[in-house]
Structures are given as C-alpha cells and as structure tokens.
Design a binder for this molecule. Sequence first.
Ligand code: HEM
Length: 401
Amino acid sequence: MTETYVFDPFAPGYTDDPYPEYARLRASGAAHEHPLGFWVLSHHEDVSALLRGSLSVEERNVGGALADLNAEMYGEREERSGGLSMLDRDPPVHTRLRKLVSKAFTPRSIAALEPEIVSLVDELLDRMSGPVDLVEALAFPLPFAVISQMMGLPDSADHARMRELTGTLVRSLEPVVDPQVAAEIMAADEELSALARGLIAWKRANPGEDLMTALIRAEDDGDVLDDDELVAQVVLLYVAGHETTVNLIANGALALLHHPDQAAMLREQPDLAGNAVEELLRYDSPVQFSRRITLAPYEVDGRTIPQGSFVMAGLGAANRDEAQWGPDADQLRIDRPEPRSHLSFGAGVHHCLGAALARLEGRIAIQRLVERFPRLALDGDVEWNGRINLRGPNTLPVTTG
Ligand code: HEM
C-alpha cells in the first residue's frame, strides 16, 4: 500500500459497506495517521492491546484532541460536556461506578429474563406477515421493550420522545460531528437527563423489582450513587440497552438473508445458535469503533502515536483481520471455531456490561426468526442509518414468504 492511502470514513457509500475500506486500512499498516490528526488501528492484536491498556476515555469528552479535530473539520471547536456515566470516566471513578451498577445488573437478573424475551419475540413474530420492515417489526421493538421493562419505566413515560432523543444522543459516538449536530446532541442529552431525573424521583416513591430501583439502592461499603451519577448511569443503560442490540438483530438477520445456506444450517442445528450469534457479531459489528485518548506516547508496531492523540480502535476492522481469523475472515460461517474472540463488545475495563443481555436477546430473536420464517427474503433496498460507529439499517424490507 502506498504512503498516500487515506482512510476515508466520510466517503459516499462508506457506511453502506465499510469492509473493503477496512481491508485497505489493514493493508496500509498497523497505525494509520489521518491527515486530520486522528489515528486509526485496525489489526486485531493492536485493537485488543489498546483497549486492554490504560488509555483515557475521559479526555475525549472535555475538549482536547477531539475538539481540535472538530475545529479542523468544521472551523468550530466542539466542547462536549464531561459525561458522568462510567463509559466516559477513567479509573478510579470508573471502577467505583461500574462496581455499583454491576450490583444491580447481575448475571442472575439477566438470565431470569429469558422467558419474558421469548414471549416478546414470539408476539412480535406473530404480527409479521407479508412485506414488513424488519427493523420496525423486530430489531427495534425487542431491545426497546426489554430495557424499558427492565428499568421499570411506567407506561405513561413518553417512549416516542425518548426514542427520538436517544437516536440523537448516540451521534456523540461518531468520530466528529458538525456544530449543528453537536448542539442537537447537547440538547438531547439535557432533555433525556431531565426525563431520567423525573423518572428516578417517581421510582423513589414507587419502588419495584426493577433495575432503576436496584440502582437507587445499590450500595458498596456505605457508598451509593449520588443523584447526578444515578441520572448518568440510567441514561447510559437505557441508550446502550437498545441502540446497539437493534444493530445486532438487524445486521445479523441481513447477513443470514444474504447467506441462506447459513440460515438453513441454523434451522437444522439449533445448538449452533450461541455460536451463530458470536459469528454474526464478528461478521458485522453493531459498534464499529471504541475511541480513546493517549495519555502518553503510545507505540504500535514501531510507530509512535503522540500523547494526547485521538485514536479510533477499529472493532469492525479487527473482526475481519485475516491474521486473527485466517483467509476466510470475510466469510460468514456460523460454525466457525471460536468466533467469540471478536472485539464487538470492546475489551479491558470498559468491556460491555450488557454483553450477556445482548447475547440473550440476539440468540432468541435470530433463532426464532429463522425457524418461524424459512422463506424470509429481502424485499427491496436496505436503507442504512449513515452512521460510522453505531452502524446498522434504518429499514430492512423483507417478505415472510
Ligand atoms: C460498553 C458494545 C449492548 C451497556 C460497551 C462497549 C462496546 C459495547 C463496544 C465498550 C465501549 C468502549 O470501549 O469505549 C455493545 C454491543 C451491544 C451492546 C455491540 C449489543 C449487541 C449493551 C446492552 C447494555 C449495554 C444491552 C445494557 C443494557 C453497556 C455499558 C457499557 C457498555 C453500561 C459501559 C461499560 C464501561 O464503561 O465500563 N458496549 N453493547 N450494552 N455497554 Fe454495551
């Protein structure tokens, strides 16, 4: 690959299919310095090591390298507010927040959701017939209902508005945003936080057997989440709870629609469902990048990334690295040995806290979908959401056959 190669996630058509660009990126070397000043890693080994290292998430929200980048692209500095959620904090604050939230978000409480998820999926599939948009019919409503119920949101909550706001808020995960979108993100964050504040107050008066009540009560050696911390973790879990899983189900279903032999294999061998979900996560990652700031000069394969740099760790690119998966890295094989070493849930201290929940929802939804509709087929063009990071279809037209 020549020196002049420039990774361009802003090119037309990129978000429809970024994988050919990732192949060029991986071939261009281990660490790619973009002319705008940010760095991109794409090799499995390097992305994994970076996420397991002690780079900062906190710095990316308080100006610094990211604001410089935005100023370079749009002529305006974007000062993102310093989030209080664990996703935006470094240790030791991160360690404390994660420990408190983990007390409410236990593997047992997740496993107990299985029967509820099965009936939700079956209800949604019962309503599907003829031509439908699989995003609106299954991929979105399932995780949205699961996280709303888990949280114990009252029916009176303005779910439609909350959906709109979370759709705006997740754009904060894009590498850069124009000043107009940045203002919309900040406004959405404020409005969603105000809604969460109201819901928490209501929940204090109406406690239940739910995640929000458990977060209010979560305690570790006398330490509890204060009001602002509580709001930030509730918003994080609510947003992370559905904006990512929707892509797992939609991208996963699309991959199987493109590979009917793999869908048939899953129908014939239902025991493969767990492995199939890992392979679908690897094949088309719902989250494409984790973002970090270097706190010291950082070495990657003989290149030095300077201190204070914004680094995009390519989860989706690493998941197709032939050095990790062999020459068939670009192929979907639901019986692939060990797809689980994919990086779709990140790695290190920020490894996805909701991975078990996402896996459970993905497995039940995908398996029951292929079983129920053996003749499911694409019925028009997929419309992508245009995001670089939380990439997935906006609409996925299918016919149930
Ligand atoms: C963190 C992916 C579903 C809650 C993360 C990270 C990734 C990720 C890549 C790490 C971000 C980073 O390194 O900067 C996904 C994917 C999902 C999914 C692909 C679905 C397929 C969920 C669900 C929940 C959740 C269902 C909760 C209900 C979280 C939380 C964090 C996180 C709380 C922050 C952890 C920390 O900072 O310590 N997720 N996620 N995620 N995820 Fe998920």
